[in-house]
Design a protein around this ligand. Structure first.
Ligand code: UGA
Length: 433
C-alpha cells in the first residue's frame, strides 16, 4: 500500500519504518525540515534499540522516504497516518492543535479516496471532530479511523512485531478492512470497535497499567512497615493469571511522556463529562510521592544533605531510552539541589545536559564506577542492565569503600548486597546495614 505518516516523533517514525519493513511504500513527513534532512541521511534523532538499522535498510531499498513536501506526500495515498504530538495544557487538557493543522493540510491535498488514520493519543470525540474538519475542506471521499498505538519506548520494534492487539475504531467497514490489511503482516489480533471506544481504550489501558504500578508501590510502603519483601509479594501475586506479573515492579514510580500526561488527560476528560475518577486520582498522588519515599530514607541516614556528595545512577525515565521527559531523576535532583547536596550523574546513554537546567547543575561521570567512587551516597533511579549487573562485590573488595546505595528499582538481591558489604536501602524490602 501507499502510506504516508505525518509526524516523525516516536510513534510516527517507528510506525513508518516498520510499515516499510513489512513491504509498504512509505513517506514520512514533518514540519521540522532539519529533522527530515537528518532522517533522510539515516540518522535517528533519539535512542531506540534496532530502529536505525531498520530505517537505513528501508531507505536503501527505496520503500521509505522523508519529505517536507506535504502536498506531494498526501495526494495519491491509500492511507495517511497522523502521528503528531498531543501535548498537555497546564490544566491537564490535551492540546490537539497539531492534529488539526495536519488534518487540514491533508484535507486540502487529497485527490482520491483516502483513509485517514489517527494514531496519536487523542481525547474521546477527536476523531469525530477531525471528520467534520476534513468534510469542510474536501469533496473527495474519505474515512477516519482511530488506531491507537501501544508500543513502549525502549522496546518499540519488539512490541510492534509482538503486539497483543491492534485496535481499529471505525464507522466504515471499507476503511476498517483497509487498516486491517495494512497491519496483516504483523500477525497481531485485530479488535474492531467504534471510534470513541477505540480512543478510550488507549487511555484506559495506560491508566490501568499505571494503577498496577501505584498499587504495588503502596504495597512496598506496607512491606517496609510489616517486614515483608515486595518482590516476593509481587511474584506471588503475579502467579495468579487473573493478576499477571507485568507492571508489578515496585520502585520510584512511573514517568515518561505517556502515563503522567495520559492520566492528567483522562482526569480532565472525566471532569468535563461530570464524572469522577477517584481511583485514578489516588494513583497519581501515590506516584507523585514515590521520589520522596527514597529521599526520606536518605534524610534519615544522613543528618544533613548539605554538601553531601550524591550520585544519581540512571537519568532516563526507563532503561533503553534517552528520553528524560517527566523522569523521576529530575525530580530527585531538584530536591537534592534544594537541600544543598552536590551531584554527580551517570547514565549509559544520557551523557550530556542538552540544555536542561537541572542536569546542568550536576557533573557527568564517565562510568558508574567513577560516580560511586566520588559519592558518599548513590541513588539508583533507572534500572539499566549495566547498573543491574554492576559487580558490587568486586567493586567493594577492590576499592575498600564504604558504599551506601539507595536503590529505587530493587536491582540487587539482598544477599548480594550483604555479601558485597554494601549498606543498602531498597524499596519495600528490609535494609542491609
Ligand atoms: C507506555 C505503555 O506501556 C505503552 O503501551 C504505550 O503505548 C505508551 O506508554 C504510550 O502511551 O505511548 P512507555 O511510557 O514507553 O509505554 O513505558 P513503560 O514501559 O510503560 O513504562 C512507563 C513507566 O512506568 C516507566 O517510568 C517505568 O519505569 C515505570 N514502571 C513500569 C514501573 O515503575 N514499574 C513497572 O512494573 C513497569
Amino acid at each position: 500500500m501507499q502510506i504516508t505518516v505525518v509526524g516523525t516523533g516516536y510513534v510516527g517514525l517507528v510506525t513508518g519504518v516498520t510499515f516499510a519493513e513489512i513491504g509498504h511504500e512509505v513517506i514520512c513527513t514533518d514540519v521540522d525540515s532539519a529533522k527530515i534532512m537528518k532522517l533522510s541521511r539515516g540518522e535517528v534523532p533519539f535512542y531506540e534499540p534496532g530502529l536505525q538499522q531498520l530505517m537505513v535498510r528501508n531507505l536503501q531499498n527505496g520503500r521509505l522516504r522523508f519529505t517536507t513536501d506535504t502536498t506531494d506526500a498526501y495526494r495519491f495515498r491509500d492511507v495517511i497516518c497522523i502521528a503528531v504530538g498531543t501535548p498537555s495544557r497546564p490544566d491537564g487538557a490535551v492540546d490537539v492543535s497539531y492534529i488539526e493543522q495536519a488534518v487540514l493540510e491533508v484535507a486540502k491535498a487529497i485527490e482520491q479516496y483516502t483513509v485517514i488514520v489517527v494514531k496519536s493519543t487523542v481525547p474521546v470525540g477527536t476523531n469525530e471532530q477531525v471528520r467534520a474538519m476534513v468534510q469542510q475542506h474536501t469533496n473527495c471521499p474519505f474515512d477516519i479511523v482511530s488506531n491507537p498505538e501501544f508500543l513502549r519506548e525502549g522496546s518499540a520494534i519488539h512490541d510492534i512485531y509482538h503486539g497483543d492487539r491492534i485496535v481499529i475504531g471505525a464507522d466504515s467497514d471499507r476503511a476498517a478492512d483497509i487498516v486491517t490489511e495494512l497491519h496483516k503482516p504483523f500477525g497481531t489480533p485485530v479488535f474492531r470497535t467504534d471510534p470513541r471506544s477505540a480512543e478510550l481504550i488507549k487511555y484506559a489501558s495506560n491508566a490501568f497499567l499505571a494503577t498496577k504500578i501505584s498499587y504495588i508501590n503502596e504495597m512496598a510502603n506496607l512491606c517496609e512497615k510489616l517486614g515483608a519483601n515486595v518482590d516476593a509479594v509481587a511474584h506471588g501475586m503475579g502467579l495468579d493469571r487473573r493478576i499477571g506479573s507485568p507492571f508489578l515492579q515496585a520502585g520510584l514510580g512511573y514517568g515518561g511522556s505517556c502515563f503522567p500526561k495520559d492520566i492528567r488527560a483522562l482526569l480532565h476528560m472525566a471532569e468535563s463529562a461530570q464524572s469522577e475518577l477517584q481511583l485514578l486520582r489516588a494513583v497519581s498522588i501515590v506516584n507523585e510521592q514515590r521520589p520522596y519515599v527514597v529521599l526520606d530514607k536518605l534524610k534519615q541516614r544522613f543528618s544533613s544533605l548539605r554538601n553531601l556528595r550524591v550520585a544519581i545512577l540512571g537519568l532516563s525515565f526507563k532503561p533503553n531510552t534517552d528520553d528524560i521527559r517527566e523522569a523521576v531523576s529530575l525530580v530527585m535532583m531538584k530536591e537534592l539541589l534544594k537541600a544543598g547536596a552536590s551531584l554527580i550523574v551517570y547514565d549509559p546513554i544520557v551523557n550530556q545536559a542538552k540544555g536542561n537546567p537541572v542536569l546542568e547543575s550536576a557533573r557527568f561521570a564517565g562510568s558508574m564506577k567513577e560516580a560511586l567512587d566520588w559519592a558518599e551516597a548513590s541513588i539508583i533511579v533507572t534500572e539499566w542492565d549495566e547498573i543491574r549487573s554492576f559487580p558490587l562485590l568486586q567493586y567493594n573488595q577492590e576499592t575498600l569503600k564504604e558504599t551506601i546505595i539507595f536503590d529505587g528499582r530493587n536491582c540487587y538481591a539482598l544477599a548480594e548486597a550483604e555479601r558485597a558489604g554494601v549498606e543498602y536501602y531498597s524499596v519495600g524490602r528490609p535494609a542491609v546495614n
